[in-house]
Design a binder for this molecule. Structure first.
Ligand SMILES: [Zn+2]
Length: 411
């Protein structure tokens, strides 16, 4: 069997992409892609999101993403949502690379496990993204499924650290809890995920897996569905999944952004990449505000945008615009901008909004998210069984996952 790659390294991948034989690239993304944006990794010991959750008095970290636990106690989730809410973080170089692939008409689909919407914020077209685990972009009542207003949700999540008021359904007589359309453990995956196997198996010339531990199924199983003749590349800190077992596997260990930069260098795309990444400075709420105040004095514009480049600098960047003493004016502008951004987000969302009715968690043949397994052997058998059944319902596991928190919290 002729190999698609001359060499299984960065050069080999770049050469394949430039050869014209590689027309459709699919990506699988995990938390590692967003860690450089300041969003904590879900599973890194010590620095990870789960470790930070200890202070929320959870019975175990994963409980924060379990629907039955949420029903009894939504406070830990909203505490976390307050910290993770989109608009606070800037897309990374890797996110800009996804947009670059799209601009070169090479992106078939970007499958992401991330709920931070940074792909959208980097300017990747909505129809090229499948948010397999949902996102913060929309929300609804967990009882009657009535959608909840976006602007109100944003306001409540941002204020949550002060008032601890959890959003509740506004339909008359319901008062059910409102939850972002993030897929919790034991819940069904979004309907659009069902087209994933077909895309990976028949419509992909190169699969690039970036920044994921490949432990959450059925998402992780997609990497196994990739046909043998389709090259796969892994860009990650550690070797994960079954990477390295095939002739056309390329394993590029390291930080996502650094490997991506190297790849773009090889492709001759470095300048384009940096340009697209620079544009993402304005995708954060604070970055947009800083850019707006800077546009009054054109000279300072570039400087200001640069200052808003890291999340930790957001406050100072926004504050600097107010140094003239006209803070009120800036506040008004920020409010106007926030409104504009909100409207723009709504428009983008309207064009991709899936069907109103997400299947109920227990519906048949609907893939559900399964908590990462602590035992590698178990996760491997899960993976193969998911492949066998073409991403099937994980009933038994789902049952235990969802029962646990309820039992614990009723003590
Ligand atoms: Zn309701």
């Amino acid at each position: 069997m002729a190999s698609a790659l001359e060499t299984t390294d960065v050069k080999g991948i770049a050469k394949y992409i430039k050869s014209g034989k590689c027309k459709k690239i699919s990506l699988m993304l995990g938390a590692g892609v967003s860690t450089a944006a300041g969003i904590p990794d879900f599973r890194s010991p010590g620095t990870g999101l789960y470790a930070n959750l200890a202070r929320l008095n959870l019975p175990y970290p994963e409980a924060v993403f379990e629907i039955n636990f949420f029903r009894n106690n939504p406070v830990p989730f909203y505490t976390l949502a307050h910290e993770l809410y989109p608009g606070k973080f800037r897309p990374t170089l890797t996110h800009a690379f996804i947009r670059l692939l799209s601009e070169h008409s090479l992106l078939r689909m970007c499958f992401t496990q991330n709920i931070d919407t940074l792909e959208r914020r980097a300017g990747v077209p909505a129809d090229k993204i499948i948010e397999a685990h949902g996102s913060f972009a929309t929300q609804r009542c967990i009882k009657c499924r009535t959608p909840f207003d976006d602007a109100k949700m944003k306001e409540m999540v941002l204020k949550f650290s002060e008032d601890k008021v959890v959003p509740r359904c506004e339909k008359k007589g319901c008062r059910g809890l409102v939850k972002p359309d993030i897929v919790f453990f034991g819940e069904a995956l979004p309907p659009e995920f069902s087209q994933s196997p077909k895309i990976i198996q028949r419509e992909t010339d190169l699969l690039i897996v970036i920044g994921t531990s490949l432990t959450v199924h059925p998402f992780a199983s997609l990497a196994l569905l990739c046909p043998d003749e389709c090259p796969r590349a892994l860009i990650n800190i550690d070797l994960v999944g079954d990477f390295g077992s095939r002739d056309d596997d390329v394993v590029l260990l390291g930080k996502c952004d650094e490997v991506i930069e190297e790849l773009c260098e090889e492709l001759g795309w470095k300048e384009e990449l940096m340009k697209l990444w620079e544009e993402t400075a304005r995708s954060t709420d604070a970055g947009a505000a800083a850019a707006a105040s800077a546009s009054e004095s054109q000279e300072e514009e570039e400087e200001e945008a640069e200052e808003a480049t890291t999340p930790t600098q957001e406050k100072s960047a926004a504050g600097k615009g107010a140094s003239g003493g006209d803070e009120k004016k800036l506040e008004d502008e920020v409010a106007k901008l926030a409104e504009k951004i909100q409207k723009e987000m709504d428009l983008r969302r309207a064009s991709v909004e899936p069907e109103e009715n997400v299947p109920p968690p227990s519906s048949d043949n609907t893939p559900t998210v399964v908590a990462p397994s602590s035992k590698p052997s178990e996760s491997k058998s899960e993976a193969s069984s998911a492949v066998d059944s073409q991403i099937a319902t994980r009933g038994e596991k789902e049952g235990t996952d969802t029962e646990k928190p309820a039992a614990l919290s009723s003590k």
